[in-house]
Write a protein that binds this ligand. Structure first.
Ligand SMILES: [Zn+2]
Length: 65
């Protein structure tokens, strides 16, 4: 189990479990927010959490014509 830990104040922090339904990103072309499966995105071993972008299905379809 992995989780995100965010410090909200000097004595307050929040922990949120990471699972396949609460990880989101924004499409780099249209800005649409959508859920992503981190395991699938990171499975190719050539990406990282900072610079990897996932294109939404609409922009993917436009790019493919
Ligand atoms: Zn898009």
């Amino acid at each position: 189990m992995f989780y995100i830990k965010v410090k909200l104040g000097q004595d307050l922090e929040m922990k949120v479990d990471i699972h396949d339904e609460n990880v989101f990103t924004r499409c780099p072309y249209c800005g649409t927010e959508f859920a992503v499966d981190l395991v699938e995105v990171l499975s190719d071993g050539e990406c990282d959490l900072h610079s990897t972008a996932v294109v939404c299905t609409t922009c993917t379809k436009k790019a493919r014509g």
